[in-house]
Design a protein around this ligand. Structure first.
Ligand code: SF4
Length: 232
C-alpha cells in the first residue's frame, strides 16, 4: 500500500508538539541577516551565535562598523568557522556593497517588487535564492516556503519532493509541490521554516537520522523504505 503523506501543516503541528513553539526570530534587519549568513563559514548554530554576538559588540552590525573594524578583530570572530580569511573578505565586501549600492540602508529593498528585491539581496556574498527568500519572509514581505538545507532534507525524506543532485532544482521542486497546501501567511511559514530546520538539526540529521525517536516515522518515506529493505 502506498505511504500516506500527511498534510504539510499537520507535519508542522506535530513538530511543534515535539519541539515546542519556536520563538519569533531574533534577527530580521536585512543587513544583520546577511551578516548572520557570512559571519562563520560552516560553523554550527552555537558557534555562529557566538561569532555574531562578538560582531555585534565590535561593529554594531552596521556596514560602517564593519568597514571601520580592524581586520584582526574580524579575523578573530571569523575563526569560529573555517576559512576565516575568506570570511573577513566577505564581511568587508558586504559592507562595501551596502555603501556603494544602497547608501548603507537596506530597508528600502524590502519594499521593492519581489523579483527586484531578490535581485538586490543576491548581490551580497552567500545570499542565494533561499537566503533572499528567508530575508523577505522574516520581514513579512513574501509568504514563501523558504527552506534551509536541514528543512529541505526533511521534506525529501518524508517524500514530499524527490532528491535531485542540483540543490536549486530540488528547492524549487519542493516549493512547487507544496504550494497548494501552503498558507499565505508569513507567520505560519516562518514557524514552518524554524520547525523543519530544528527537526533536520536534532533528529533528521544528514547522517544517521534518529528515526526511532521521530513521531513522523509512520508517514515517512525514508523510514518505511529503510524498514522494508531491512537496511535500516
Ligand atoms: S522518520 Fe527519520 S528520516 Fe523520517 S523524518 Fe523522522 S528522522 Fe527524518
Amino acid at each position: 500500500m502506498p505511504l500516506r503523506l500527511l498534510p504539510f501543516m499537520s507535519v508542522i503541528d506535530r513538530l511543534a508538539t515535539h519541539y515546542g513553539e519556536p520563538p519569533p526570530p531574533e534577527v530580521t534587519e536585512p543587513f544583520a541577516m546577511i551578516l548572520w549568513e557570512n559571519v562563520a563559514y560552516l560553523a554550527n548554530d552555537a558557534k555562529r551565535a557566538r561569532a555574531f554576538a562578538e560582531l555585534l559588540a565590535k561593529t554594531g552590525l552596521t556596514p560602517a562598523g564593519i568597514r571601520k573594524a580592524r581586520a584582526s578583530s574580524l579575523y578573530a570572530i571569523a575563526e569560529k568557522g573555517i576559512l576565516p580569511d575568506q570570511t573577513v573578505q566577505k564581511l568587508r565586501r558586504a559592507a562595501e556593497i551596502a555603501r556603494d549600492e544602497f547608501e548603507d540602508n537596506l530597508e528600502p529593498i524590502l519594499d521593492k517588487p519581489v523579483a527586484a528585491a531578490k535581485r538586490d539581496l543576491r548581490k551580497f556574498p552567500a545570499i542565494g535564492e533561499p537566503a533572499a527568500e528567508k530575508i523577505l519572509l522574516f520581514n513579512r514581505r513574501l509568504p514563501a516556503l523558504a527552506l534551509d538545507s536541514n528543512a529541505l532534507r526533511v521534506l525529501v525524506r518524508l517524500g514530499y519532493t524527490p532528491e535531485h543532485k542540483n540543490y536549486g532544482t530540488m528547492y524549487k521542486a519542493a516549493q512547487r509541490t507544496l504550494a497548494p497546501q501552503l498558507p499565505q501567511d508569513c507567520d505560519a511559514l516562518i514557524r514552518a521554516y524554524q520547525l523543519l530546520r530544528r527537526h533536520g538539526q536534532d533528529l533528521c540529521k544528514r547522517t544517521s537520522p534518529a528515526c526511532r525517536d521521530c513521531h513522523l516515522r509512520a508517514n515517512c518515506t525514508f523510514f518505511c523504505e529503510s524498514v522494508a529493505s531491512r537496511s535500516f
